[in-house]
Design a binder for this molecule. Sequence first.
Ligand SMILES: Cc1ncc(COP(=O)(O)O)c(C=O)c1O
Length: 436
Amino acid sequence: MSLAESRVWSGAGKAHLATGRVGSLSCQPLTVFSAIAAPETDDSAPHPLSTTTSPVTDDSSTLDLEAIRAQYPILSRRTYLSSCSLGALSLRSEMYLDEFRERWHDMGASAWYGHWLGRVEDLRGRVAAFWGSTPEELALLPSTSAALAMVTESVPVGERNRVVCTELDFPTLAYQWAVKPEIELVILRSEDGVTIDPQQFEDAVDERTLFLATSHVFFTTGFQQDIEELARIARAAGAYSLIDGYQGAGQVPLTLSRTGVDFYTAGPLKWLCGGPGLSYLYVREQLIQSLRPRITSWFATERQFDFDLEDFEYRSDARRFELGTPALPTVHTALGGQELVDEIGIDAIVARNRALTEHLIDAARSAGFSMRLADPARRTAIVMIRHEDPAAAVRHLAEHDVIVDHRPGFVRVSPHFYNTEEDVDRCVQVLAAFSG
Ligand SMILES: Cc1ncc(COP(=O)(O)O)c(C=O)c1O
């Protein structure tokens, strides 16, 4: 949101007593680095948006955590450590949602052309920049399942009818092919319950393979796969690579143009703190025009607003994969979430999440818990703590205002950049005090 626009919105005179934004919807970029408290004339001060792409740079110590945390009201109400299920709602997202609602009241359908389609493109542009792709390579769909279904309905099954995925993937991925009798589904088993060795893909993917389909980060182990290597393996066998990046985007760096991945999908709900109701589908530029989806919509055609049912022509860009009107409230909340993630920067997020994750592991270990953990080099901020009765433990934690979730056999704790070491310590203390 530009400052000029935000002034228009301040003029609306809305009061946000609970959030401390009385009479104002103004939107200033979040000052996330304490270092930029330098005087305005100091040109040497680092710009808050300037980051390198190195995932290991630990510059998170300069984050202004207080300013960041003030953006996410849940953090002052609860100890919130479940971002891999649902990222926290920010004031910035709420502000965009207010804007959406106000325009709906004020302009009704005329807001579509003047504003809302513009917001859709603002979001597409931001996500494309964050993913290291172009806006023309991104489609907006209602969910990750819908995006995966769109991919399966865009690639004809012929001689190649084998799909290789893994037992650690989120089930909705394999389900796409499990319901298609013409497909032979190969599910790779994990030897250690945490990882899949790339060699397993190398051995399984061959001239019969249509897709190598798997996750960027596994949802119950936090293990980050090398998607560049997986794309290479698929390409060498003439297969497509399809990555479910829902647990990756927003917590690990991404430059899709450099990975060679054919399809990548993720939504704003989790690490991007943008809410439910949308997902993004990346399709590699060179592929787009060769694919003709067998499910479609009026958003997918070149001359959408001619309303000529005898003149369907696929759009030349990734919007040919879209399935109708996107969830506009989520477009707005997602824009707010993405803006903040952009302002903080993925390098700082990676560094901060790494520090929090290691702190959590140390604290849990000291309290006597055992964990299912990936190797430090490929570990992300999803920590699985073994527990005999994880559902009861999670209920107990919730009764003490600590929000985490569970998967069979484990309490799942997922800190994000806005958490503190104190949040993590509190979670471990409350869990340790639970006798079950
Ligand atoms: C890795 C992964 N993929 C897919 C999904 C489900 O996505 P959707 O409900 O948008 O289809 C989830 C989670 O909730 C997930 O963690």
